[in-house]
Design a protein around this ligand. Structure first.
Ligand code: UDP
Length: 251
C-alpha cells in the first residue's frame, strides 16, 4: 500500500468515551484524534464515527415504571425507533465535531473537513461526493457525519456506501480486538482468529462484525473490509505493511 491508498475507517462512538463508555471524554478524544493524524500520514483517510456513546436507536428501550410495575419483565419502547435513530444520527454529528476540533487543537498540521448527510447550517456542510474526494486528495482527514441521514440504518452501512462512493480501497472497521474470531477471544482463549473470510461466510456464520446490509452491499460491489484493533499508535500499520494481525473480508 502507498500514500495513495484510500481508506474508509469506521470507529465506534465508544472510542471517544474512555472507560465510562458513555459521552465524550477529553483523554479518549485526544488519543483517538492523534491516531487519526498518524493514520493520515500514511494514507488518505475518511472517517465514520458511530454515535453509540450517546444513542443507539435500536437498543433504546425505556422502562415505563408506571405501566410495568406489576409486570416486571415487560419493557416498553417509549420512543419510536425512527426518532431514536434521528437522535443517533445527531450523536454522530456531535462526535465528529469533537474530533474535528481536537484534530485542530493538537496543531500537528493536519486539517479535518466535515461533510454530513444531515446538513447543520454553520456547523456541518452537506455530503457531496466531489467535495469528499477533493478533501481526500488535498490530504485532509475527511470526517463523515450523520450516518446515511436515514433511520433504520447504521454507521456500518454508511461506511460501505460512502466507501464505494469515495473509491476507497478498504473499509476498515477498528475494534477492540485484532480481527475476527470464531468465538469471543476475551472469554475463550482457544477462539480461532480468521486471517481471511468471504462475505458469504461472515453472513452465514452471522459473525456480527457489521450488519447484514453492510456485508451484502460490500459483497455485491467487491469492496474489501478489514477488521483490526484500534489499540495501537497507528492502528493501520499492520494492514499497510501487510504483516501482524488483522482480518480481511472479501470474495
Ligand atoms: N443511525 C441511523 N442511520 C444511519 C446511521 C446511524 O439511524 O444511517 C443511528 C442509529 O440509531 C444508530 C446510531 O445512529 O444506532 C448510532 O450509530 P451506531 O450504532 O452505528 O454507532 P456505534 O455503535 O458504532 O458507536
Amino acid at each position: 500500500m502507498t500514500k495513495n491508498t484510500r481508506i474508509l475507517l469506521k470507529i465506534s462512538g465508544e472510542s471517544l468515551s474512555g472507560d465510562a463508555g458513555v459521552g465524550i471524554n477529553n483523554d479518549a478524544l485526544e488519543q483517538t484524534a492523534r491516531k487519526l493524524i498518524n493514520i493520515a500520514e500514511t494514507c488518505e483517510v475518511a472517517v465514520v464515527c458511530g454515535g453509540g456513546n450517546i444513542m443507539r436507536g435500536e437498543k433504546f428501550i425505556a422502562n415505563d415504571d408506571a405501566q410495568t410495575q406489576n409486570q416486571t419483565q415487560t419493557k416498553k419502547q417509549l420512543l419510536p425507533r425512527a426518532d431514536a435513530d434521528r437522535i443517533g444520527m445527531m450523536a454522530t454529528i456531535l462526535n465528529i465535531i469533537a474530533l474535528q476540533s481536537m484534530i485542530g487543537a493538537l496543531a500537528l498540521g493536519k486539517k479535518a473537513k466535515i461533510l454530513s448527510s444531515i446538513e447543520v447550517a454553520g456547523i456541518a456542510q452537506g455530503f457531496n461526493r466531489l467535495l469528499g474526494v477533493s478533501a481526500l486528495e488535498s490530504g485532509k482527514i475527511l470526517l463523515l457525519a450523520g450516518g446515511l441521514g436515514q433511520p433504520y440504518f447504521t454507521t456500518d452501512t454508511t461506511c460501505v456506501i460512502r466507501g464505494l462512493e469515495l473509491d476507497c480501497d478498504y473499509v476498515v472497521k477498528a475494534t477492540k480486538v485484532d480481527g475476527v474470531y470464531d468465538d469471543d477471544p476475551a472469554k475463550n482463549p482457544n477462539a480461532k482468529h480468521y486471517k481471511h473470510l468471504t462475505y458469504q461466510t461472515a453472513l452465514d456464520k452471522d459473525l456480527k462484525i457489521m450488519d447484514k446490509s453492510a456485508f451484502t452491499i460490500a459483497q455485491e460491489n467487491n469492496l474489501k473490509i478489514a477488521v483490526l484493533s484500534f489499540n495501537q499508535e497507528n492502528p493501520l500499520k499492520n494492514l499497510l505493511n501487510n504483516n501482524g494481525r488483522f482480518t480481511i473480508i472479501s470474495n
